[in-house]
Ligand binder design. Structure first.
Ligand SMILES: NC(=O)c1ccc[n+]([C@@H]2O[C@H](COP(=O)([O-])OP(=O)(O)OC[C@H]3O[C@@H](n4cnc5c(N)ncnc54)[C@H](O)[C@@H]3O)[C@@H](O)[C@H]2O)c1
Length: 355
């Protein structure tokens, strides 16, 4: 408990905006009587959001937004504070889904999600009580927009991701730093002079590219949107189709939110010892199925590095293709998450006040 508490206190020092929002809204406990269901990466910063919402009167149930992004010490600390915490590190897919169902069984009034797995489950099981929700990330907003287009969205959701004070800082600067940190922590590789191929020059891609350049890597961008490709070019990056740079890249980082961006035809061309990593929300951007079809017994060389051997070469996959900054590092810095979670907290209070 003590380690989790210290980590919470450390993050809390850098998240004073949440304390200010709490002070401003403390009168009348605006969240009193509301049950919050949260599905977020369980980091020290998440514990600050959870404790602040609790102090404003909410009852809370929490699960993780990814089976591998759980800080166990934070879970222990939150449980000791009476927060219903349904998460542990290294959940199987089945356990992950059962944790989501446990949060729904808690019958939340407001759902706070990152990636929309909890929202989608709430729709599947037709949870009646939910009066509104929030969504933290680009990929989750996309899933909800598709529900809305089909007129199947059952309750209003605030797209927190789409706040300028979220994507501008979290997706770009925060993720830009923490993705590079995750790669270094997982592999220990030196980045200076390495050819790093970044797939996608959106908010996350821009941030990762800037940090990689700051580490003196040779950064190459691949992008399907011509305007963003031109932007990358004018930012001084080498911009090429992935198929043309597959054979020269040392490290590939997917930042697109799309499926199978790195596929067989790219992997076949890659050199021996190539490192593949993903910064997008879901583990769909690198075709891991193809890697598994070529080597069904990859060797775990380091806690987050699997080596696939085939065609006389080795391909190193980091974090099983899952979101590298949260699996291999601690996610985004506290100052950054203060901005994102300020948007979350204000949205939760807004939903509660307008119920
Ligand atoms: N790791 C984190 O902490 C973190 C933080 C924020 C967002 N995300 C996730 O990162 C992903 C990207 O988010 P974003 O806000 O940058 O989205 P974005 O929409 O701003 O950027 C995605 C970019 O990828 C490009 N793209 C799509 N398919 C491509 C392909 N096949 N090849 C090359 N480029 C392609 C798009 O044109 C777009 O410019 C999402 O999954 C999001 O949920 C992760």
């Amino acid at each position: 408990v003590e380690n989790g508490k210290l980590a919470y206190q450390w993050a809390s020092n850098y998240m004073s905006i949440l304390h200010k929002i709490k002070q401003k809204n403390q009168k009348g406990n605006p969240l009193f009587g509301f049950k919050l269901g949260l599905c977020l990466h369980i980091t020290r910063e998440t514990s600050v959001l959870v404790m602040t919402a609790r102090d404003l009167g909410a009852e809370i149930a929490l699960c993780s937004a990814n089976p591998l992004t759980v800080n166990q010490e934070i879970c222990t600390f939150l449980s000791s504070e009476g927060i219903n915490t349904f998460a542990w590190r290294n959940e199987t897919d089945e356990e992950y889904n059962s944790c989501i169902r446990s949060v729904l069984d808690f019958k939340p009034d407001i759902i706070i999600d990152d990636g929309s797995d909890l929202h989608i489950a709430a729709h599947k099981y037709k949870s009646k009580r939910v009066c509104g929700g929030t969504e933290e990330t680009t990929s989750g907003v996309k899933r909800l927009k598709s529900l809305q287009t089909k007129k199947r969205l059952l309750y209003p959701v605030i797209a927190v991701n789409n706040a300028f004070t979220k994507y501008m800082f979290d997706n770009r600067y925060g993720t830009g730093q923490s993705v590079i940190e995750g790669i270094i922590r997982a592999t220990g590789v030196f980045l200076g002079g390495k050819k790093i191929v970044i797939c996608g020059y959106g908010w996350v891609g821009r941030g990762v590219a800037a940090t990689a350049r700051g580490m003196k890597a040779l950064v190459i961008i691949t992008e399907i949107d011509p305007i963003r490709a031109l932007e990358a070019y004018m930012d001084g990056f080498y911009v090429k189709p992935l198929i043309e740079v597959a054979e020269i890249g040392d490290i590939f980082i997917t930042c697109s939110g799309q499926k199978e961006v790195i596929r067989q035809e790219h992997i076949e061309r890659m050199k021996n010892g190539v490192i593949l990593t993903n910064a997008g929300h879901f583990d769909v951007e690198i075709d891991v199925k193809y890697l598994k079809s070529m080597d069904c017994n990859p060797v775990r060389l380091l806690p987050y590095v699997d080596c696939y051997s085939f065609d006389g070469k080795k391909v190193y996959l980091v974090a099983q293709g899952r979101v590298v900054n949260l699996v291999c590092a601690d996610g985004n810095p506290s100052e950054i998450m203060a901005l994102s979670f300020a948007n979350q907290l204000l949205s939760i209070i807004f939903i509660a006040k307008n119920d």
